[in-house]
Design a protein around this ligand. Structure first.
Ligand code: C2O
Ligand code: CU
Length: 500
């Protein structure tokens, strides 16, 4: 896969001082005023999981949580202090774990970031006024209580969605994992508890003094030269020689990954964006676009204690933008443990939505035009609706990208959908599940099918390269007629807040 256009290569070559004579694979991109982030020895820092957030209180139906959105300092690199935006003081923010059909009320308090935020729980079918609509802002000094129905068992994530600020706010730290589990999933013999591990992969650039460098290459893409997992650069995770379930999320702004194990072993894909697949699929590697989530099981019992296995990123092997971005983390098998977990051959009921059930097809073209990122030639307009499916309508959306220079992971809010085909060919086996992000590669046309509802109202759809999203590759659809207005139905309120 080629990520960079000839224009980009020329530009990088020019910045690097005429290194165009070097073969492409030897070129290291540099950027204005910075020779590259401070060095970190790969696999020297211990893996950690984000903290799990406890509710402030609970009643028969609902758990109430509070999250302060604030500026704080963290050590991404030991000894260097980095100012970030955080949810409750950590990057990534705390994980919320919830049971399906119990409701969450999450209060986000914008106390010190000095810029508006909006919070989207990506993957949840929330009402419009709780969906983190880009113009439904929480200004500094305000708070908002979001209501989440938790009607899907899946690995979700919550992140900033402020209009024209999403890339910067997420880059500065506003992203976290949110897991919903149901009885069916918990009844399966899959690895659980400490053996069910979330991995949020991101990439950043740091200046020599530790501050975050935001360089989006002329509103194109932000490509970091440090890969972090749960906020730690290239961590080393000590594992027992047994099976682990991993829930991986690409929280990068612009970087796609192709994940593989350094020993070439296959592993078992069990879930997509919207939860468990129908049945497991063995793969040697898979592609992970921004905002996509996949779940997989690695069986470390095949390896003797002492084995080290690197989780690699095979994307761009011959066309790397930076050194070191071809590896993500390392698993060190350090102890023996019994293992009573297994991966059943059926995970949950799943059936393909017949294309004959679609009542219409819509087309959305994603392209760059006069420096802007546009959909069907248009930028975001809060007053324009580009599609109006009725509740219960099954529609086919053809998403296409006529460029050979870049790709777009397209996110549709509210619904879970299935990929029918990509350039007329079947989706990859590991994509055969419900999804809410659809990777539209270079010169690709992807058809997806999904049912709209259950809510009426306005919802966004956009490229999840958040640099593209901010400038301005986002539009909206209206389900049915009317519905709660996303901006006025539950506006943010000024502090102080009453008790939750
Ligand atoms: Cu993950 Cu509209 O976003
Ligand atoms: Cu894009």
């Amino acid at each position: 896969m080629t990520r960079f256009t000839r224009r980009d290569v020329l530009k990088f070559g020019a910045i690097a001082g005429g290194s165009l004579l070097l073969p492409l694979g030897l070129q290291k991109r540099s950027y204005a005023g910075n020779a590259g982030s401070p060095n970190v020895t790969r696999f020297s820092l211990p893996f950690r999981s984000a903290p799990v957030l406890n509710p402030v209180r609970s009643d028969a139906t609902t758990d109430y949580y509070q999250i302060r959105v604030n500026k704080t300092r963290v050590n991404i690199i030991p000894g260097l202090s980095t100012e970030v935006f955080s949810y409750n003081g950590t990057v990534p923010g705390p994980t919320i774990k919830q049971r399906k059909d119990r409701q969450s009320v999450v209060r986000f308090v914008n106390d010190s970031i000095g810029t508006p935020t909006s919070t989207h729980l990506h993957g949840m079918a929330s009402l419009p006024q709780y969906d983190g609509y880009a113009e439904d802002l929480i200004p500094p000094g305000y708070y908002k209580d979001y209501i989440y129905p938790n009607n899907r068992a899946a690995t979700l994530w919550y992140h900033d969605h402020a209009i024209h600020r999403t890339a910067r706010n997420v880059y500065q730290g506003l992203a976290a994992t949110y897991i919903v589990q149901d009885d069916l999933e918990l009844g399966l013999p899959l690895p659980k508890g400490a053996y069910d591990v979330s991995l949020m992969i991101q990439d950043v650039i740091l200046s020599p003094n530790g501050s975050l460098v935001y360089d989006d290459d002329g509103q194109d893409s932000l490509m970091g030269d440090i890969i972090t997992v749960n906020g730690v650069p290239w961590p080393r995770m000590e594992v027992a020689n047994r099976k682990y379930r991993f829930r991986v999320l690409n929280g990068s702004l612009s970087r796609s990954y192709r994940l593989a194990l350094s020993n070439g072993s296959k592993f078992t894909m069990i879930g997509t964006d919207a939860g468990l697949m129908g049945s497991p699929v063995e793969v040697a590697n898979f592609r992970l676009g921004m905002a996509e989530r996949y779940e997989f099981v690695i069986d470390f019992s095949k390896y003797p204690v002492g084995t080290k296995i690197v989780l690699q990123n095979l994307s761009l092997p011959n066309n790397e933008d930076y050194d070191n971005t071809g590896v993500v983390m390392r698993f060190d098998v350090v102890r023996q443990e019994p293992d009573d977990s297994s991966v059943p051959s059926t995970l949950r009921p799943y059936s393909v939505i017949p294309t004959s059930s679609a009542v219409r097809t819509r087309e959305f073209r994603y392209e760059r035009s006069n420096g802007l990122w546009v959909i069907n030639g248009k930028v975001w307009d809060v007053n324009r609706i580009d599609a109006n499916p009725q509740v219960g309508d099954v529609e086919i959306w053809r998403l296409y990208n006529n460029s050979g220079g870049w790709f777009h992971p397209i996110h549709v809010h509210l619904i879970d959908a299935q990929i029918i085909d990509r350039n007329g060919r079947a989706p990859f086996p590991y994509e055969r599940g419900f999804k809410d992000v659809f990777y539209v590669g270079e010169n690709e046309s992807v058809r997806v099918i999904g049912k709209f509802g259950p809510h009426t109202g306005k919802y966004m759809s956009h490229c999840h390269n958040s640099v593209h999203e901010d400038h301005d590759m986002m539009n909206q659809f209206q389900v049915g007629t009317g519905g709660p207005d996303p901006v006025t139905a539950a506006p943010a309120r000024s502090l102080p807040a009453p008790p939750l």
